[in-house]
Design a protein around this ligand. Structure first.
Ligand code: UPG
Ligand code: F6P
Length: 471
């Protein structure tokens, strides 16, 4: 079947030509990078792609008020912003109550344009349940890519269960994820590990074992025009920025390698695990310094002391600085306000000169685009063994896998990589170029659509919480 148009349902976060706010906010992370890069790669197959998200009229978020937006020099991709849930920005946890309005807005737009998509890819639980609602109204089928599953996050969070339920609405999210999987034409995971572990969690097992044949394992890619080893103009700028910060480090340690943490400031990323490892190891403190990327935060210390702020980012930074101060190595941590992926890639490249290492100590990581991006810049990695990184690093062949709950294991992983630096650098570059490109991802999605689009799809059952929103 000739595909003319594919829609991507991604209600949370948002999209614009400048990738504004990427990782500045928990709702602006790898999923947005994934959706954007995949949409662009599919559009190269002469298919029109609509990325459908939310219209936001909010002075804090000025980039997202237009009905449509476009990426420069990218044919066939359109960003579509549907008004739902009022005008102000809402955290993703507050969107569940308004997804019926999102779906009705999409149907209204396509009815006006007289051009419905041939297929829909849906992203995260909110995109997934929206795909199911859209299917009931239009008969147009969809794929589901969770990017991250609620039950995994819930189980790994060290939080009071009731408090976590109140803040993250896990029961609703897990319901939406199950419905989305039940009626999807196919389910996409980035790794085999996700399929056999993360999706076989008892919260999903009933659904996923029944639909085992729907799984398509499709690795994501790296934007190699950004993440590579060749210096870009940004390198000079980041080098100068870094030099203004280096003076903060103890004089005798200024040439030490960095351990770089660049994840969103989200408790799931478990930054404090690395800090705890430093607190418990004199050897680590002697040999390394730490870089923490804090995109959008110019002065960490004024944020921490600002009594008017009560954000997740602030609490995470408070935890980090308190532990480091208590163990007298706060002066060995640099907080860098890196603004774009190009600047991030420049930081990775420059840091390899002094044998720095990328670290991802997450409680669990569904996949971890940041890992393959660092590897593409020649930066060796140490990553959590919980989740997709175990497969990306092939059990430890392409980088060190660690248990983030074990400070000694983190230290062991860092010294293993440092002692075999060039080997891991070369292996990382090889692994990424062979296995992780967005072109392969797009070809695999199109193959999966062809394979599943004619399959039988049961009439979806939509739980009242969502069905009532469609009325
Ligand atoms: O200062 C920064 C730091 C990070 N990034 C980008 O943010 C993304 C982070 O993505 P990832 O490392 O995958 O983490 P998450 O944001 O948590 O992404 C979710 O969605 C991804 C795509 O499915 C999965 O790989 C993750 O496991 C899942 O948690 C990467 O592209 C980074 O380049 C920036 O642009 N600027
Ligand atoms: O931590 P959670 O709620 O599982 O969400 C992670 C998701 O949120 C995002 O940051 C939104 O882009 C994604 O990167 C990711 O899929």
């Amino acid at each position: 079947m000739k595909l003319n148009k594919i829609a991507f349902f991604n209600p949370q976060g948002n999209f614009d030509p400048k990738d504004s706010h990427l990782t500045e906010h928990p709702d602006f992370g790898g999923q947005l990078v994934y959706v954007k890069e995949l949409a662009k790669a599919i559009a190269k197959h002469n298919i029109k792609v609509d990325i459908i998200t939310r219209k936001i009229i909010d002075p804090e978020w000025p980039e997202f008020s237009g009905d449509f937006d476009y990426y420069p020099e990218t044919e066939n991709v359109r960003i579509v912003r549907i008004p739902f849930g009022g005008k102000k920005f809402l955290n993703k946890e507050l969107l569940w109550d308004h997804l019926g309005e999102y779906v009705k807005g999409i149907i209204k737009l396509y009815t006006q344009e007289k051009a419905f998509p041939d297929f829909v890819t849906t992203h995260y639980g909110d995109g997934g349940i929206s795909g199911t609602m859209f299917l009931t109204k239009t008969g147009i089928k969809y794929s589901f890519t969770a990017h991250s599953l609620g039950a995994q996050k819930r189980d790994r969070l060290n939080m009071d269960k009731d408090e976590a339920e109140k803040k993250f609405r896990f029961s609703l999210r897990i319901l939406a994820e199950n419905i989305a999987m039940q009626y999807a034409s196919f389910i996409v995971t980035s790794t085999f590990q996700e399929k056999i572990e993360q999706y076989m969690h008892k919260a999903y097992k009933k659904t996923t074992t029944k639909h085992e044949k729907k799984f398509e394992i499709i690795p994501p890619g790296v934007n190699t025009s950004i993440f590579h080893t060749t210096p870009l103009p940004e390198d000079k700028k980041i080098e100068e920025y870094l030099n203004t910060k280096i003076t903060k480090l103890p004089a005798e340690k200024r040439n030490n390698p960095f351990v770089i943490l660049s994840s969103r400031l989200d408790r799931k990323k478990y930054h404090v695990a690395l800090i705890r490892a430093f607190a418990e190891s004199e050897k680590l403190r002697e040999k390394f310094n730490i870089v923490i990327v804090t995109r959008g935060i110019d002065d960490v210390f004024s944020l921490i002391t600002n009594i008017n702020v009560d954000s997740e980012e602030k609490h995470i930074l408070e935890e980090i600085t308190t532990l480091a101060k208590k163990n007298n190595f706060l002066d060995q941590i640099l907080f860098l306000n890196i603004k774009t992926q190009k600047e991030l890639a420049a930081l990775y490249r420059i840091s390899t000169r002094q044998n720095s290492i990328f670290a991802l100590t997450a409680l669990y990581e569904p996949f971890g685009l940041a890992i393959i991006e660092a590897m593409a810049c020649g930066l060796p990695v140490v990553a959590t063994r919980f989740g997709g990184p175990a497969e990306i690093l092939d059990g430890g062949t392409y980088g060190a896998l660690i248990n983030p709950d074990d400070p000694h294991d983190i230290s062991k992983g860092l010294f293993n990589v440092l002692d075999n630096y060039d080997t891991y650098k070369k292996l990382g570059l090889k692994r990424v170029s062979e296995k992780y490109t967005w072109e392969i991802t797009a070809e695999e999605y199109l193959r999966a659509i062809e394979k599943h689009i004619h399959g039988e799809s049961e009439t979806p059952f939509i739980p009242d919480f969502f069905a009532n929103q469609l009325r």
